[in-house]
Design a protein around this ligand. Structure first.
Ligand SMILES: O=C(O)CCC(=O)C(=O)O
Length: 282
């Protein structure tokens, strides 16, 4: 990835507090530059935005719930992505992919998802007050060694039904995420890409062999993250992730937000679990 495609590099230099954007430090110029980078590339990374205390608290609850398989969870075997156990009865069939409904699991998730410093950034990226959707993401994503699967190129909006597609996904790394453990890869600018008919499969994954996918895929880059780094990405940004070849489970917390002028469509899964209107921050 070139430096110009890495808004985090520019933003770290630009932002007043560099690694931690506090409400005090998040002046409107810094947030404007952040929003410009976000709209241009479809993502921004704020290094060290999640404090060590936040990460430790979130990780402790996530590990406890994973060990006890506290429902609701999504199992790798249920999705059957490449590398997943073929059935729940197969070896590794009990491997959890997501701890779902994180917001209601424990106040640490509630506190993170509604943290005013996080909300002030999301608000700046959306350009209006933010609402948290409880239907999508709202989870701890795990990537287990051996049975954790590969996720193909997709947009998060593939099964989301909102009046407008502009949502922001907020991904907090609870540990290092790199090529060894299934780092997220993105295609910068792909949130604006127009696709040709037939470029997506029935599950709305990008067909990599399609000729029109080649220029897109050439721009792909990994987004290595460290514990506490937060990736904010446009839900239309193409992203993918590999398998975990390390010995440790990778844990990330993911929530998604939409603007107050947007709404989930009635009668869809996006409306089913409700949402939380967040107080205006900053
Ligand atoms: O960690 C992964 O495998 C990717 C997860 C992802 O992209 C998603 O859940 O939308």
């Amino acid at each position: 990835m070139t430096a110009s495609l890495d808004p985090s590099a520019d933003l770290r230099a630009d932002l007043p507090a560099a690694a931690v954007l506090t409400p005090d430090a998040a002046d409107s110029d810094a947030l404007l530059r952040l929003a410009q980078a976000f709209h241009a590339n479809g993502f921004v990374i704020l290094r060290g935005f999640g404090s060590e205390a936040d990460c430790a608290a979130l990780e402790a609850v996530a590990r406890t719930h994973l060990a006890a398989v506290v429902p609701p969870v999504e199992f790798e075997a249920d999705l059957g992505y490449p590398g997943a156990p073929s059935t729940r009865d197969a070896a590794g069939g009990g491997t959890v992919r997501r701890l779902r409904q994180a917001y209601g699991r424990d106040e640490v998730f509630h506190n993170w998802a509604t943290d005013p410093k996080l909300v002030s950034v999301v608000q700046a990226l959306l350009g209006e007050p933010a609402c948290l959707t409880l239907a999508h993401h709202n989870c701890v994503m795990t990537k287990h060694p051996h049975y954790g699967s590969q996720t193909g190129w997709h947009r998060d909006t593939r099964y989301w039904s909102f009046a407008k597609p502009e949502l922001v996904t907020v991904w907090l790394a609870l540990g290092d995420e790199d090529e060894s453990n299934g780092v997220l890869r993105v295609i910068p600018g792909s949130h604006r890409a127009a696709l040709e008919p037939g470029q997506l499969d029935p599950a709305e994954f990008l067909i990599e062999a399609h000729p029109a996918s080649q220029p897109l895929l050439q721009g792909a880059c990994p987004l290595a993250l460290h514990r506490g780094d937060v990736l904010f990405f446009d839900s239309r940004l193409f992203h993918a992730a590999g398998r975990n070849a390390s010995n440790a489970v990778k844990l990330s917390v993911a929530f998604a937000y939409f603007g107050a002028s947007n709404r989930p469509l009635e009668g869809t899964r996006s409306a089913e679990f409700g949402s939380v209107a967040l107080p205006v921050a900053g």
